[in-house]
Ligand binder design. Structure first.
Ligand code: GRF
Length: 219
């Protein structure tokens, strides 16, 4: 790997399965990987994401809630070029949103604009989907803007909702789809193939090979 690679920071509050999928995808791309994970940040000291980072010799930083405003300086210190939120429960400071515009992504576990907005995270999302009687759900990858869950959509993946689904079974299937599309979207943005246009939409949308997707995630 050379220094011309994009340097990705992954911000995560939880177990870090999305982080793992990103690491694994870049590993699988080998010399074709457009980026490397250069930093993992969590607001929770015990987050599994930090442990996973250390396992892979990736710098892992605990940024407690009261030091949230230091995020920008931390990203600068690690020469970060792109940021991926992966289950990060803290608000990203406005200066970071502004300076990483078009290089800051998030994955949401429902088909935005439905089932998004403040308070819609984790199991609340899947409970709301089931309560509404939706027959299809699935993850959305989007650029992050100032407005919660409203940035330009890069990709979505339709996952069937089964009549016997519980929030947990649906969450598991949607998470498998996240692991499929999120690393590919991140790679496309880091490579410059997918960009945020001046009109506020995403262009150069990544394509996915359906035959490589986990089979029970295809609607
Ligand atoms: C995922 O469901 C993601 O959609 C949401 O938070 C969860 C993160 O899980 N934003 P993990 O920590 O990556 O396993």
């Amino acid at each position: 790997m050379t220094d011309s690679l994009s340097r990705l920071a992954v911000l995560a509050s939880g177990g870090g399965s999305n982080l793992q999928s990103i690491i694994d995808h870049f590993d699988a791309l080998g010399p074709d990987a457009p980026a490397r994970v250069a930093l993992v940040v969590s607001d929770r000291e015990s987050a599994g994401a930090l442990a996973r980072a250390r396992t892979h010799d990736i710098p892992a930083e605990w940024l407690p809630r009261e030091r949230n405003a230091e995020l920008s300086a931390l990203l600068t210190a690690h020469r970060i070029t792109h940021v991926a939120l992966a289950g990060y429960l803290r608000l990203v400071p406005a200066d970071v949103v502004a300076s990483f515009r078009g290089r800051l992504l998030n994955v949401h576990p429902a088909l935005l604009p439905a089932f998004g907005g403040p308070g819609m995270y984790g199991h609340q999302v899947h409970e709301a989907v089931l309560r509404a009687g939706a027959t299809v759900s699935g993850p959305t990858v989007h650029f992050v803007s100032e407005k919660y869950d409203e940035g330009a959509i890069i990709a979505q993946w339709r996952v069937p909702v089964r009549t016997d689904d519980t929030p947990s079974t649906l969450a598991r299937r949607v998470l498998a789809a996240e692991h499929f599309i999120y690393p590919r979207c991140i790679a496309a943005v880091c490579a410059g193939h997918t960009t945020l246009s001046a009109d506020g939409t995403a262009s150069g949308i990544p394509t996915f090979h359906v035959d490589r997707a986990p089979s029970d995630t295809v609607a």
